[in-house]
Design a protein around this ligand. Sequence first.
Ligand SMILES: NC(=O)c1ccc[n+]([C@@H]2O[C@H](COP(=O)([O-])OP(=O)(O)OC[C@H]3O[C@@H](n4cnc5c(N)ncnc54)[C@H](O)[C@@H]3O)[C@@H](O)[C@H]2O)c1
Length: 269
Amino acid sequence: MTDFSSVEGKVAIVTGAADGLGKAIALCYAENGMKVIVSDINADKGLGVVQDIITGGGEAVFFKTDVSLEEDVRGLIDFAVTTYGRLDGIVNNAGISADSRPIHEYSIEEFDKITAIDLKGVFMGMKFGIEAILKSKSPGGFVINVASLAGIMGNSAMAIYTSSKHGVVGLTKSAALDYAAYNITVNAICPGTIRTSIWRDAPEEVVQQYANILSPNGRLGDPKEVAHVALFLASDLARYISGSAIPVDAGAHVGKVTPTKWSHPEILN
Ligand SMILES: NC(=O)c1ccc[n+]([C@@H]2O[C@H](COP(=O)([O-])OP(=O)(O)OC[C@H]3O[C@@H](n4cnc5c(N)ncnc54)[C@H](O)[C@@H]3O)[C@@H](O)[C@H]2O)c1
């Protein structure tokens, strides 16, 4: 049986952890014995996640952070180190999507707003987080950046988000080389289409239509399917993996599915 117990006691920050993928990662980390700093701009929901973790017997604290603000990110890292005396890892997950539009219809203000959170926020989480991990002399230090399929593929009508996520993959690859000799792995997770808050209010038939188009297996991903990859990357089982941008997308990044009529469908009977 594969043993994930190497994560027990590791101290990790998860940004954007009040909802969606960040929440799933925070819950999964705590279930596996990690000490989690739940960080989000939304304090009510973030405190709710901490409560869920504590009720489930895990260990977590909350720190309100807007990842686009330097003083908030510095404060978050200081809080983690003051609370737990060390930092082993950071998951830079907080991110927002942009309205779908062609480039000439985007405003400069939209560019600044999206990149401040989706790219500069990740840079700052890495910069201050890695400083703390180095000072902690963590034997199993890790950085996980939640990018997107938009970090490795083009996307029509999503140029700002796509360029930010490509930037996140670039930060990941460069930092992997910077810190390879210092016991810190740096990887990106590139989710495809995962069922988070963006789909919450959509009717099920609309969700299914999108799943048929965007996902080769015809369903949206579950946040837990991303969290399990984040758990593996935080564990010592993944110490030889760094600089990777790992798609979690049922294969969407490798090409399009074309409908095919099988000659022998009875093989499935
Ligand atoms: N859900 C998907 O299909 C999908 C696909 C690809 C990539 N992603 C990426 O995954 C990450 C999480 O997305 P999600 O679907 O869970 O979104 P979500 O909206 O469900 O959750 C995002 C969380 O980030 C928080 N947040 C927003 N702005 C913030 C800020 N400035 N500072 C701190 N926290 C902030 C929100 O309050 C929220 O709790 C994002 O980086 C997103 O780009 C998601």
